[in-house]
Design a protein around this ligand. Sequence first.
Ligand code: ZN
Length: 191
Amino acid sequence: MASREGSTFKRCGCRDEATGRALGVRCPQLKRRGGGWNPAHGAWAFQYELPRTADGKRRQARRVGLGTYAEAVEGLDQVKALMGLAQGDEEVGVQVADLIQTALAQRRPLPDVEEVRKRIGTGVDVRAQVPTVEAWLKEWLEGKLDLAEGTRASYAGHINKYLVPHLGTVFWKWERSRVRPGRLGERARTP
Ligand SMILES: [Zn+2]
């Protein structure tokens, strides 16, 4: 059973020979006689009860087929850390859970905790596929193909030293008021 604590466990692909149905947790080889998980059988998995969807459906964060126990624990911890970011805010909790559910359904890595924390801080819907300030500026710099090497290094310095640390939360207001990348270039050129 999934719970707010979550769980790690093992699953295999064995099927009932007669019915062809997956044995799931009933596979006799999954556990050792002593009771622990059999290290020579099945793959690791984790499961966690997420907040219900916006329309009230129950759902679990569940990933199977992991190579090690450590990977299962890490995945479960990351889901818990992500859900912890909502700090009890129901609406944000549902959004974060949507993000987790989508990543798992698409077999993508779980969302980065710091990135989601930043999104919550800016007040944007955390589900929106917005780049971080850093990623956005890096992309802009990479798009500037005609830059001399020294100029590029200087821009990169400005971005790392001033823009990324200081713009963080105000950046999306700029973006919404249509400050285009060229304008940031003007700023970077000013000593
Ligand atoms: Zn089995």
